[in-house]
Design a protein around this ligand. Structure first.
Ligand code: NDP
Length: 285
């Protein structure tokens, strides 16, 4: 028998607030399920302590860490390099620390979304409609564009959505356009994929609906939400009610971005289902 190993591989999270972030629970569930000798440490760290925390993680031999609000942009200045999409998105949610202590920033939000949607449809050549132009929309649209989406229509209540459309046109092969969203939106019938990347309907505002005509959902459209809680938003339920065959709740994106982070840190493909079940349990979904 091998000698006991009392030193786990360490990973974790730097965010503020940190106490309501369920990531630690799903990470530890996956480590346990797969018999991986790792621990995930959820830390409350804001921008004022971020540099010290990054240096601390390196000093303590951490394999990497997640960054969430409000650290996703600020962390970049403390890193050695960025992945291709993180460079375009301009935000990092996963940092990998190499054996040589070099740090690389990646953004797994959009990659998790692409992984979730790839389970039900192919992306190359598809026409996408995206509600929202904030951090999640940015990550999702850049990864969808790099995965081969032909066109992406960005809807936003403010004209900041034009900046995202410009970014996509400049830095990716996709064709993007911006629609100022000041009316009940009718989804064009030739749309393939419809995505909500706004917080409309997020707990506790579960009764909110997007400003759109849900009669324009059609069965062939793949519909995906970013909101992980509640599991089934009105957006998701309305798409199901209109007969859409493939409707993805936000939980899928959340779980898949965690799966991808673990892969970066450990090389192991953990089972998404284990994480999904734990998330449902801890959030009472
Ligand atoms: P941001 O605040 O960065 O962006 C929110 C976007 O939604 C902005 O474009 C904003 O417009 C728009 N918006 C806000 N309120 C409304 C409204 N009432 N009507 C229409 N548009 C609105 O947030 P994030 O992008 O970080 O997060 C968006 C959602 O995605 C959240 O629900 C979050 O929980 C979820 N998320 C899920 C992840 C997952 O893994 N499942 C990962 C990251 C986020 P404007 O700024 O112009 O006002």
């Amino acid at each position: 028998t091998p000698a006991p190993d009392f030193l786990p591989g360490l990973v974790g999270s730097f965010a503020k607030p940190a106490s309501e972030n369920p990531t630690v629970a799903i990470m530890e569930a996956a480590f346990k399920h797969h018999g991986m000798h790792y621990r995930y440490i959820n830390c409350e760290v804001g921008p004022e302590n971020l540099e010290a925390a990054v240096n601390g993680a390196k000093a303590m031999g951490w394999r990497g860490f997640n960054c969430s609000i409000p650290n996703k942009i600020k962390v970049i200045q403390y890193l050695d390099e960025l992945g291709d999409s993180a460079k375009i998105i301009g935000a990092v949610n996963t940092v990998i620390i190499g054996k040589d202590k070099r740090t690389r920033g990646e953004n797994t939000d959009g990659k998790g979304f692409v992984k979730a949607i790839s389970e039900v449809t192919s992306i190359p050549g598809k026409k996408v409609v995206l509600f929202g132009a904030g951090g999640a929309a940015r990550a999702i649209s850049v990864e969808m564009a790099l995965a081969g989406a032909a066109s992406i229509t960005i809807l936003n209540v403010h004209d900041t959505g034009q900046e995202l459309a410009d970014l996509l046109n400049d830095k990716t092969p996709a064709k993007a356009d911006f629609v100022l969203w000041n009316h009940s939106y009718q989804i064009p019938p030739d749309t393939d994929i419809v995505i909500n990347a706004t917080p409309v309907g997020l707990y506790p505002n579960v009764d909110q609906r997007l400003n759109m005509d849900s009669d324009t959902f059609q069965p062939h459209m793949v519909v995906a939400d970013c909101i992980p809680n509640p599991a089934y938003t009105h957006f998701v339920k309305d798409a199901i009610a209109r007969g859409c065959h493939h409707v993805l709740p936000g939980m899928n994106m959340l779980v898949n971005q965690a799966v991808i982070a673990v892969k970066y840190w450990t090389g192991v493909d953990v089972e998404a289902e284990v994480m999904r079940n734990e998330l449902k349990k801890v959030l009472d979904l």
